[in-house]
Structure formats: C-alpha cells, structure tokens
Design a protein around this ligand. Structure first.
Ligand SMILES: *Cc1c(COP(=O)(O)O)cnc(C)c1O
Length: 386
C-alpha cells in the first residue's frame, strides 16, 4: 500500500488547533481568568422556534408507521430544491432547474468533494487570505495553486491571475476579510472564466449577511455565469445550522458538469437527513424568516460595534458591514501572532491570527461578530486600555 503522499504537503496543524493550544496554555497558567472569545467562526444564537418545531415534527413522522420514510433522493427533496429556487434565485432574476440544485450536508463537504470533478493537472487560483478548505482539498489532490493576494493596497479585491487558472475559488462576502464585490468586479471574473474556459467555484456561505443595495447575492446575477460557475451555499451561517448540517450546491447544466456531479453524489452520497431538509424548508416560512433575520441583525449589530470601536481607537479595520467578520491591521507593524499573543495576555481576548488564512493575512487579525455581545464590549474596553 502506498499512501496519498500529497497529505504530507499539508500544514501540520490546523489553525484553530494552534489557537486553542495557546489559549489552553494561557488558562493553565492563569486559572482565575476567563477568555473573551472574539475568534469564533461558529454561530452562537439558538435556532428560531419555528425551525426547532419543524425538526420535532419531522422526527415524529419517522416514528410513525404511516409517515415513516427511508432514503430520500441523493440530490435532496424536490420540495426543498424548488423552494430554494423560488426564494433565493427567482427574486434576483435567475432561472434554474431543480435538477441543477443539489442539497448536501453543508458547504464544507461540497467544496472539498467538487475537487474530484477536475483533473489533477489543473492550475487552481485561490484568494489569499482564504478559508483553508479550498487550499487543503487541492493539496490533497496534488494540484498546483496560485494565490491571489487581497491586501489593503488593492482594497482586498483580488486581481486576475497572471498565469492562466483553470479552477478559481471565490468567496464573497469574504471570510476572513468581510469584503464584498460589486457587479462590475465580479463580472471581470466571469468574463475571465469564459475567455479561459475556467470554472469558478463561488462560495456564497455569507450571502444572507449582504445589506448594501446593489451587491450581487449570487454569481448567476452576472451574465454568462451559468456557463462557468458552481455556487456553493449553506444554511450554517445564514440560519445557524452548523450543528443541523444542510447546504446546497448549484451546478448549472451549461457548465457541462451537472451530470458528473449527479453521478458522483449518487455513488458516494446517500442524501441529506430528512430532518435537516425539513428544518431548511422551515427557514422560508414567515416565522422562520423573522427569527433568522433577528439573529442576522444581531450579529451585524455586533459587527458594527466592533468596527466602530476599533476605528475610534485608531485601528485600520475592514469588512463587518455585509459579513460577520472584521479584518483588523495589527498595530505597530506587529505580525498576526504577536498581536494575537498581546490580546490574549493583556486583554484575555481571543481573535484569529490573519497569517493562519495565508501569507497575505500576515499583519492582520480577524474579529468575529458571532462572539457574545458582552464579551465584545469588555474586550474592546480592555483593548482600549492596552
Ligand atoms: C462556515 C463556512 C462554510 C460553511 O461550512 P458548512 O460546512 O456549510 O457548515 C463555507 N465556507 C466558508 C467560507 C465558511 O466560513
């Protein structure tokens, strides 16, 4: 047996493990302290009651001989796929067929699994800084990666790759920078992909945080995008489903990849939990919608608080208006981990060091609005004093 030696190219420790190791070491030597967690990349507010009820009802159906169900369709139930199109795409003038929408257990797995559709000699372009899953899944597949720096000097908007890229990962609203793209900026990427016969994998996990009018909610708002883009979305951050697990991926037939992805899912995936799909369906009821909106508004209120206070203190802070993340430049020319350690030791505050998201993240940290409001207020007070 020979192992997949590409795994040896992966960075040894996952970012969040490094952070928790440092936090635990600090707590071990300061047992009386409590940490203020502003690094959280996970939702923290409970699910709206209407969604919990939908799951209870779905679980009840499975316990009743008249309503029991076994396997569902690998691509997800038709009622959910249609409901997603009606609510997420039709209002933006986008036409999709239900067989172009695939329900899955979340964006993380789909983003990793999509990489199977492409040959290993494709060149991949990935934003830098980036959510780590795109990089790691392509390293595992042995592909060459070009990083596209997103830094203050280019307003965190990536430039088109100089060397031809076959597979391009875009994520907007962006994790970690919190930046969004305008129609014009996104159109350049769609045009590039059409000219170069590339595919764009568009991660729209934070779509529901967009508040600014005129910002595209889907890449399919750009003309011609159905030929060159796969869009990955999730109920994780929009509806607080990180534990429930449900998301969806749009693979338009015009990409030429829809049949391949269907084949892949039918072979390797036996469908998303019925209970999770019923929960996803409940996010579109008036009660579900209102509950979700209240949670999102709360997070965005926290984001505003963090950004405003950082600005008042003279920090350079970005994002946070259409995303739950604030991307903050470290003071005094410090590197990310120096600022991280300073915040940990002097303010008992946890953030996420930007360098963990890629080389261009060096010199920044990410603050998260998924953090508890009182913890943020206390943390920002301490940051002011140090
Ligand atoms: C959280 C997140 C996801 C969603 O992951 P799930 O597997 O759906 O929970 C996808 N992309 C980015 C950039 C994220 O931050």
């Amino acid at each position: 047996m020979n192992i997949n030696s590409n795994y040896q190219q992966l960075k040894a420790q996952y970012l969040f493990k490094c952070i928790s190791d440092r936090a635990e070491a600090y707590l071990a030597s300061h047992p009386d302290q409590r940490l203020l967690r502003m690094g959280v990349g996970d939702v923290t507010r409970p699910l709206p009651h209407a969604i919990v009820e939908a799951m209870q009802q779905a679980a009840g159906e499975l316990g009743n001989p008249d309503t029991f169900r076994g396997y569902g369709p690998e691509e997800g139930y038709e009622w959910l796929r249609q409901c997603i199109i009606d609510n997420e795409y039709t209002p933006h003038g986008i036409t999709l067929d239900t067989d172009e929408v695939f329900i899955g257990e979340g964006a993380g797995s789909d983003l990793g699994n999509l990489s199977e559709l492409f040959a290993s000699d494709n060149r991949v372009a990935i934003l830098d800084p980036t959510y780590p899953a795109y990089t790691d899944s392509n390293i595992m597949a042995g592909r060459a990666i070009t990083f596209l720096p997103c830094v203050a000097e280019n307003d965190f908007v990536p430039e088109l790759p100089k060397q031809k890229a076959d597979i391009i990962y875009l994520c907007f609203p962006n994790n970690p920078t919190g930046i969004v793209l305008t129609h014009e900026q996104l159109r350049r990427w769609v045009d590039y992909a059409r000219q170069n016969r590339s595919i764009i994998i568009f991660d729209a996990a934070y779509e529901s945080f967009i508040r600014q009018p005129g910002i595209p909610h889907s890449i399919y708002e750009i003309e011609g995008a159905t030929e060159v883009a796969i869009e990955v979305r999730s109920f994780s951050k929009s509806a607080g489903f990180t534990a429930v697990r449900c998301g969806y991926t749009v693979v338009p037939k015009a990409t030429g990849l829809q049949a391949m992805w269907l084949r892949r899912q039918c072979t390797k995936y036996n469908g998303t939990s019925y209970v999770a799909q019923r929960a996803a369906m409940a996010t579109y009821t008036p009660e579900g919608r209102a509950g979700i909106r209240a949670n999102l508004d709360f997070y965005l209120g926290t984001a505003r608080l963090i950004k405003d206070r950082l600005h008042e203190m003279g920090y350079q802070a970005y994002g946070g208006e259409n995303a739950p993340y604030i991307w903050c430049r470290a003071p005094y020319g410090w590197d990310s981990w120096t600022f991280f350690d300073h915040l940990l030791r002097e303010c008992q505050t946890l953030c996420t060091p930007g360098a963990g998201f890629g080389p261009s993240g060096e010199g920044y940290v990410r603050f998260s609005a998924f953090s508890r409001r009182e913890d943020c207020e206390l943390a920002l007070e301490r940051i002011k004093q140090h």
